[in-house]
Design a protein around this ligand. Structure first.
Ligand code: ADP
Ligand code: MG
Length: 678
């Protein structure tokens, strides 16, 4: 099997056990009652009949009506699991985990036994698992080990309207296997009403639509555009809390950082409001939120109090929170954008589509009439916002997907059955990049390097850095760096009242201006030296939880090294080989310093800057290589390491010529020379 298998998730097991003990039988009965009150319940038999009668069925029902939690259970109840597992895909990890937890409660079983979930780097399933919730990306990886999904009797591609890259690719793959596996049932479920498109794509599959329960939602717009939507959102929360009748609030933010900032400010301002105000319970929810805190958003709000849920897009359709009466929609989300001409991808904060805005508003009307406060003008809504979000496949780097498809033996990508084809330049760019990384040969066939890379559930550039670390005898260090990079930017924390201490602690790892990648390695190694001490993390303003996750990911990457027969080798005393290994994967991301302190990317010249959180932000080395670009106020490079320009020509002679790195490379600025550890 190609998927990354870990052990059972202990935290969740313990949590379930505790829950079981504390849950009297009557609670289970209550859950069964709840199930019967869901909008989908009256359609149970009709739905099962339709599934029996048709191999492929498109299912449409309002968010919160019970599609995700109920349909797999119904199928289990009538015996589908005797023939194989039921797999249900979700675009988001948090949704997969949370829904699996809920279903295991409803069935009165331990999470990870009959009901489990599988997300990247975390497998909470066992031999017993028959209902498997997973990210769409994980099912995609399962194809690598089980091309006909033999162990499944039903595959439900849920949240199809989200049109994530993995979901779109899954469409093509499941449509194909359905032809030669007549026993496989395929369900495509969506919360939006434009199901015809899905039906058309799946050879006119019938559509099963059932009505949801929806109460009216009053929409309010701002009179003038808001200059600062974060502040406007916070002010609106407090205004609702002070002036509007009780009922929970849901606010949509773009990411963890915004949510944390908002949480702090709200807490602070609430204190200023005195004691006469009702209690306000703040519940954040985003992808990296620790599991046990995720459950908090579903807890009933105590009598007389109000809950405010600060959420990312996850609460738009993936998770239903009961009792929301007020929605605040600033109108933005984090979005990947990709320039197929330059091959550059970056994350940016972009306006949502009308479809998204309407879903968001709908969250206020699930259990009673509600209100939605849009922090943009009506003019904005009607004239500026797109009708629908552009499918991810049309605005992303496709290298990862192309590598996966190639390893599935699908060579003719131009004629792959895409629901909406990606721009052909994007496909070409992906092929070019994979060729540059030596994952494909000139004929577009997978090479040995490519086959090894495909085993890693990572972006091709990072996989390549790992595969290349074999040559530089530093695979041990490289997988630590890869694991740390996979955690994202939640390793360091910076409490408002101790920012200076936190920054000093962080800069300790940057001694010698080693660059961000090596600093991450130092963090990991230092933690390991203390025998994974929690105390050490506290002292260094490092998130223990993130570190544990990094350790877990690292263990899995170590297992994968063995699979692809790369020896674990270490070369800690010399940083150059490590930097060269990184360069072997990330050479397309090179940039050169300009006179004004900004950088210019080498291959497709574009102005970029070192992110202020980088250890090199004040150093400004002449040449750097970066992990990713993030667009906020400027185009920032995040995770940056200094580079010697001649490495580019040495490592990627097919990509860089001497002229690309001439003129400046050899006459280094004096200050870039001191203590660079190069
Ligand atoms: P749909 O998939 O149609 O949007 P779901 O099956 O996710 O609907 O949700 C059905 C019901 O289950 C909702 O009322 C929701 O509040 C509840 N629910 C779902 N997940 C959880 C959870 N983790 N904890 C508590 N309730 C949940
Ligand atoms: Mg759902």
């Amino acid at each position: 099997k190609a998927s990354v298998m870990g052990g059972e998730n202990i935290d969740n097991e313990e949590a379930t056990e505790l829950l079981e003990k504390s849950m009297a039988k009557s609670a289970l009965e209550k859950l069964q009652e709840d199930r019967k009150s869901l909008p989908i319940y009256p359609y149970r038999d009709q739905l099962l009949q339709a599934i029996e009668d048709h191999q492929i069925l498109v299912i449409v029902g309002e968010t919160g009506s019970g599609k995700t939690t109920q349909i797999p259970q119904y199928l289990h109840e009538v015996g589908y699991t005797k023939r194989g597992k039921i797999g249900c895909t979700q675009p988001r990890r948090v949704a997969a985990m949370s829904v699996a937890a809920r279903v295991s409660q409803e069935m009165g079983v331990k999470l990870g036994h009959e009901v489990g979930y599988s997300i990247r780097f975390e497998d909470c399933t066992s031999e017993k698992t028959v209902l498997k919730y997973m990210t769409d990306g994980m099912l995609l990886r399962e194809f690598l080990g089980e091309p006909d999904l033999e162990s499944y009797s039903v595959v439900m591609v849920d949240e199809a309207h989200e049109r994530t890259l993995s979901t779109d690719i899954l469409f093509g793959l499941v449509k194909d296997i359905a032809r030669f596996r007549p026993d496989l049932k395929l369900l495509i479920s969506s919360a939006t009403l434009d199901a015809e498109k899905f039906s058309d794509y799946f050879d006119s599959a019938p559509i099963f639509k059932f009505p949801g329960r929806r109460y009216p939602v009053e929409i309010h717009y701002t009179k003038a555009p808001e200059a600062d939507y974060l502040d406007a959102a916070i002010v609106t929360v407090l205004q609702i809390h002070v002036t509007q009748e009780l009922g929970d609030i849901l606010v949509f933010f773009t990411g963890q950082e915004e949510i944390e900032t908002a949480e702090e400010i709200i807490k602070h301002r609430i204190r200023g409001l005195g004691t006469k105000i009702a209690e306000l319970i703040i519940c954040p929810i985003y992808a990296n939120l620790p599991t046990e805190l995720q459950a908090k958003i579903f807890e009933a709000t105590p009598e007389g109090a109000r809950k405010v849920v600060l959420a990312t897009n996850i609460a738009e359709t993936s998770l239903t929170i009961d009792g929301i009466k007020y929605v605040i929609d600033p109108g933005f989300c984090k979005m990947k954008s990709y320039n197929p001409r330059t091959g550059m991808e970056s994350l940016l904060i972009a306006p949502v589509s009308k479809a998204s805005a309407n879903q968001r508003a709908g969250r206020a009307g699930r259990t009673g009439p509600g209100k939605c406060f849009r922090l943009y003008t009506a003019y904005n809504y009607y004239n500026d916002m797109e009708d629908n979000t552009i499918p991810e496949i049309q605005r992303t780097n496709l290298a990862n997907v192309v590598l996966s498809l190639k390893s599935l033996g699908i060579h003719d990508l131009i004629n792959f059955d895409f629901m909406d084809p990606p721009p052909s330049e994007a496909l070409l760019k992906a092929l070019e990049l994979l060729f540059a990384l030596s994952a494909l040969n000139k004929l577009g066939e997978l090479t040995k390097v490519g086959r090894r890379m495909a085993e890693f559930p990572l972006d091709p550039m990072l996989s390549k850095a790992i595969v290349a670390s074999d040559n530089y005898k530093c695979s041990d260090e490289m997988i630590s760096i890869a694991a740390m990079l996979s955690i994202g930017n939640s390793i360091f924390y910076r409490p408002k009242d101790k920012q200076v201490h936190a920054d000093n602690a962080r800069m300790n790892f940057h001694t010698g201006n080693v660059g961000d990648h090596i600093a991450l390695l130092k963090v990991y190694d230092s933690w390991k030296e203390t025998n994974y001490s929690t105390q050490w993390c506290y002292e260094n303003y490092i998130q223990v939880r993130s570190m544990k996750r990094a350790r877990d990911i690292r263990d899995q990457l170590e297992g994968l090294l063995e699979r692809v027969e790369i020896e674990l080798t270490s070369n800690a005393s010399d940083l150059e080989p490590i930097k060269k290994a990184i360069t072997s994967g990330f050479f397309p991301n090179s940039a050169r310093l300009q006179k004004n302190g900004s950088y210019r990317t080498v291959k497709h010249p574009q102005t970029v800057h070192i992110h202020p959180s980088s250890g090199l932000a004040q150093i400004l080395p002449r040449w750097v290589i970066y992990h990713e670009l993030v667009l906020t106020t400027k185009e920032y490079m995040r995770q940056v390491t200094e580079l010697k320009p001649e490495w580019l020509v040495e490592i990627a002679p097919h990509y860089y010529q001497l002229k690309d790195v001439e003129d400046s490379g050899m006459k280094k600025k004096p200050r870039a020379e001191e203590g660079q550890g190069l």
